[in-house]
Design a binder for this molecule. Structure first.
Ligand SMILES: NC(=O)c1ccc[n+]([C@@H]2O[C@H](COP(=O)([O-])OP(=O)(O)OC[C@H]3O[C@@H](n4cnc5c(N)ncnc54)[C@H](O)[C@@H]3O)[C@@H](O)[C@H]2O)c1
Ligand SMILES: O=P(O)(O)OC[C@H](O)CO
Length: 298
């Protein structure tokens, strides 16, 4: 394991634990830790586990030719690029995969059953990575649909903020179910327009992760939405917070993609307007409910 923070690397190497990000979970004795990136030179594969907005900077520092497994779920705000597109720009020709799916880190660390997707254009690499990462109750499934996996993981974070707003505003269980269903329709519309496969979007990394993140109290995206729903301002919520809330930076980028493909994404648009355009939360909810009635499935 490499960390940019020498104190985290030292704690992992010395105490076999990560006191900042995963306190209370002893790490395997075989885990080595370093704060010098050259320590990764001997790795057979590199898992890139940082916020989406840091993937470009970090990937650019990865020497060697080992496959890179992107674990970030989001879209780069400055470029509007999905994570595989960022990697292709920074490390052209380097073999890579996306690891995504319904997986709260804490539950994985506790050894609870978890199923995820590994997406890569190279089936042999997919099988190899799945075999290498499978452990105990952690089950990776591989797929070739890199775009679908990257898109689903990004959009679900925006929708999870909306789910949190539903919870925080006390809009009820009916609204929560409607939000997931209509939110998935938005994810599927954009994904299919971009060339993602419906099978992927209804799979672990799409619908699966959407359901987890919209319901799971461990979600940082949902927690942000819940706080907004209770009247907290975005800046106040984020102040001093160390952990990433991917949906906040990804929301405008999702909408830019939607505009490019002429796809309607009213729930994502409402989240973006509340987060970044000063929209009144109750007014945004009213506007969503006042949209013209339409045939289901559109
Ligand atoms: N935590 C989860 O349960 C979980 C599960 C699946 C996927 N993910 C995804 O993994 C990604 C990272 O999430 P996380 O929970 O680890 O976030 P986090 O905010 O808890 O931790 C991010 C880590 O990245 C490091 N980091 C941030 N910017 C960096 C930079 N520029 N260079 C190097 N390191 C940097 C931080 O120091 C920290 O160690 C996100 O895209 C998230 O959606 C998280
Ligand atoms: O805490 P969140 O909202 O970033 O969600 C974590 C994972 O993406 C869940 O699969």
């Amino acid at each position: 394991m490499w960390s940019r923070d020498p104190s985290v690397a030292a704690a992992i190497a010395g105490d076999r634990s990560n006191p900042v990000y995963l306190p209370g979970f002893p790490l395997d004795a075989g885990v080595e830790a370093a704060s010098d990136l050259t320590a990764l030179a001997a790795c057979d594969a590199i898992l890139l586990v940082c916020p989406a907005q840091a993937v470009r900077e970090l990937a650019a520092r990865l020497a060697g030719s080992a496959p890179v497994v992107i674990c970030a779920k989001g879209i780069e705000a400055s470029s509007g690029l999905l994570m595989p597109e960022v990697l292709a720009e920074v490390l052209p020709g380097r073999p890579f995969a996306m690891l995504s799916g319904p997986s709260f880190a804490e539950e994985v660390a506790r050894g609870l059953p978890t199923a995820v997707s590994i997406a890569t254009a190279d089936p042999a690499l997919g099988r190899t990575l799945a075999g290498a990462l499978a452990a105990g109750a952690f089950r990776p499934y591989w797929t070739h649909d890199v775009l679908g996996v990257a898109l689903g993981g990004a959009v679900k974070n925006v929708l999870a903020i909306a789910a949190g707003i539903v919870e925080g505003r006390g809009l009820g269980h009916n609204a929560a179910a409607a939000l997931i269903t209509r939110g998935f329709a938005e994810m599927a519309r954009l994904g299919q327009a971009m060339g993602a496969e419906l099978e992927t979007l209804t799979g672990l990394s799409g619908l699966g992760d959407l359901v987890l993140t919209c319901h799971g109290p461990l979600s940082r995206n949902r927690a942000l939405g819940e706080a907004l729903g209770k009247g907290t301002r975005l800046a106040d919520y984020m102040a001093g917070r160390r952990q990433v809330v991917e949906g906040a930076a990804t929301a405008p980028a999702v909408l830019a993609r939607a505009a490019r493909y002429k796809i309607e994404m009213p729930i994502c648009a409402a989240v973006d307007a509340i987060l970044h355009r000063g929209a009144d939360l109750d007014e945004a909810i009213r506007a969503l409910l006042a949209r013209p009635l339409r045939r289901e499935g559109k």
